[in-house]
Design a protein around this ligand. Sequence first.
Ligand code: ZN
Length: 376
Amino acid sequence: MDASLQICKIKGIPIRLHFTMLIFIPVMFLFFMMNSPPIGFNNVDMTTKYLLSASATFLLFLSIVLHELSHSFFALKYGTKIHNITLFIFGGVAMMEDIPKEPRKEMQIALAGPAMSMLIGAFFLVIYVFLKHLGVFSPVRLLAASMSTLNFMLSFFNLIPAFPMDGGRLLRAAFACRMRFVDATKKAALVGKIIAVVMFVVGLMPDPAALMRGEPAPPMSPFLSLIAILIFIAATEEENATRIFSALEHVKVGDVMRRGDQAFVSADMTVEDVLEKMASERHTEYVVVNTYGEPVGSVFFRELKEIQEKREHKISDFIKPIEVVSSEDIALDALKHMLREHKDIFAVVDDEGKLVGAVTKKDLIASSELIAGKMK
Ligand SMILES: [Zn+2]
C-alpha cells in the first residue's frame, strides 16, 4: 500500500490514491463510454457522453470513499485507529488497527460500508424515478440510473461472504459468536476459498449463449477468474495474519527476543568482522552498541553485503537509527509497531532501562508460528 498519493483528509483520515488507480480511472471512463444504459452512456451524443462518463467516474469514486468512510466512522466509534483510506484498483480499503474482536462491533463496522452503498443507490434511484415520473429524459436521469445500479452492485458484491469483502468479516463475526476468533477466521477463510474456487471455475466455463448458437464458445468471464484468484490469496492472508496476531497477543517481548551476544555488535567492529559474525551466527540484523553498552543503531546484511570497497571501515559509518522497546511490552504491539514504521529490528531494554537484547520481525513471526502450533 506504499505506492500511493494523499489527495485529501476527511475528519483527520488521510484519503490516499494507489497508483493502480491510474489504470482504473481511464478504464472506468471507457467503461462508461462504451456500455449501454443503465450503466453506461453509449446512446447519447459525443459531448454528453464525455461529460456523463467523466461525472460518473468521479461519482463512483466518491461513492467508494463514502463506503469506506462509513466503515471508518463506526470503527472510530469503537476506538479503532484508522491510518488511512486507500483507493486502489478494486475499490477502497480502510487501513484499520485493532479491529474489535467483539463480534457485534465487527459486524457493525463490516455492515456500515454496504449499508452506505445501498443508501447512495437508493438516493440516486429516487432521483431517477422522480425524473422519469416528470417525463424528463435528461442526462441527469441517465447518470442517476448508472450511479444507482453501480452502488447497489457495490453493496451486493461486498456482501459476498469471502475475505477481503465485508461479507467475509460479517461471516467471521457470525462464527466468532460461538468460537475463538482464530477458529472463526479459519472457518470464514475456508468458506471464502470455496467461493473463490467456484468463481474461478465458473469464469473459465464456456459461454453458454455461444454454445446454444452452436458457435465455438470462449470462456464466460476470465475477469471473474482473476478476481477469484485475488479472493483466494486474501483468504489465505487473513488466516495467516490472524494466526500470527492472536499467537503474539499474550506473549511479552522478553519471551521472544534474542539475548546477549547474539543480539549485538560493537560500533568499533569493521564491516568485514560483522559480515563474518552474521555468517557464523546466521542472523541478518543486529543492534549496534557503543562502549557503554548503549544502543546506537542497527545494521543489516542486505546493506553490508553491497559494500565492496570499504570493508575495513568501522561499522559505525553504516548504521541505521534504532528504536528501543521494553522487554515487558506485548509482543503483538511490537510487531504492529514494526509493520507500521517499516522497521525490522528493535533494541530491547529491561524495566531498569538496561539493554538486554534485540527483537526482530523474523523472530516475532517465527515464534508466532511455534506458539500457534502449540495452541492447536
Ligand atoms: Zn466495505
